[in-house]
Design a protein around this ligand. Structure first.
Ligand code: ZN
Length: 244
């Protein structure tokens, strides 16, 4: 499931005032932490639609900033085109740009950024300058072995990114999307060596963020091995927000 930052979030019931105090009072900026295959994309989309938040997956944000040719989009393009990592400052700039552009929504859900402690610290500082903050951080805990088997069985449709799992959610016709009939493929980074490398980065670097946000009293840890529905209920039980 893929809801971009521009995914229309029409939520007229939640008008947010222009002034900072009011904005902060309504702010509901969430962050999802989890390895590839932890189900955070799915949970992010569920939370976004439930609370009228804008889901900001780092890859989508990059693509959209470039497609819209924003100032940040122009700055990140050379890095993306050359397959290099986008510098932290630009990634943070993109998040702030997104926050400034919000109208009639309560906040964002970050997915895929920050990945390191340094990035998290810089992001916090810049959000504080804007008079806002990350309200809560949701960590979907899944053991490495299960992540590996999920990723090795994961196939995605070319047309819309619908996600299948050969064991738990296979398509009716092998290799074809049930919904739109397009071809199913496996992402390059869902294969063998690449998976191991990405999981190494997650467990050595990104996992440190659970301590960092835990100390701030913002961390919600959920057992991500359970079904989508059960995981979603567990998150909702711990979120300190009111329904809209
Ligand atoms: Zn599809």
């Amino acid at each position: 499931m893929n809801v971009g930052c521009n995914g229309a979030v029409d939520n007229p019931g939640q008008r947010i005032g222009r002034n900072r105090t009011q904005q902060e009072a309504h702010a509901m900026n969430l962050m999802l932490l989890g390895a590839q295959g932890s189900g955070k994309g799915t949970q992010g989309a569920l939370l976004a639609s439930r609370f009228g938040l804008v889901l900001c997956a780092s890859g989508d944000m990059l693509r959209e900033a470039m497609a819209q040719d924003t100032l940040i989009g122009q700055q990140v393009r050379p890095y993306v085109d050359q397959g290099n990592l986008v510098p932290d400052e630009l990634m943070i700039g993109m998040v702030l740009e997104r926050l400034r552009g919000l109208k009639d929504v309560r906040g964002i859900i970050l997915d895929g950024f920050p990945r390191t402690l340094a990035q998290a610290q810089s992001l916090d500082a810049r959000l504080a300058e804007m008079g806002t903050s990350i309200a809560q951080v949701i960590y979907l805990e899944v053991p490495r072995e299960l992540l590996l088997s999920r990723l090795l069985d994961r196939y995605i449709c070319r047309a819309h990114g619908h996600i299948y799992n050969l064991k738990t959610n296979p398509p009716k016709t092998p290799g074809i999307c049930d919904i739109d009939g397009s071809e199913l493929y496996q992402r390059v980074d869902d294969q063998g060596e690449q998976i191991q490398q990405r999981l190494n980065i997650f467990f050595s670097e990104t996992l440190q963020l659970t301590d960092y946000y835990g100390k701030q009293g913002k961390l919600i840890t959920v057992d991500g091995t359970q079904s989508i529905e059960v995981v979603n209920q567990a998150i909702l039980a711990d979120l300190k927000v009111t329904d809209r």
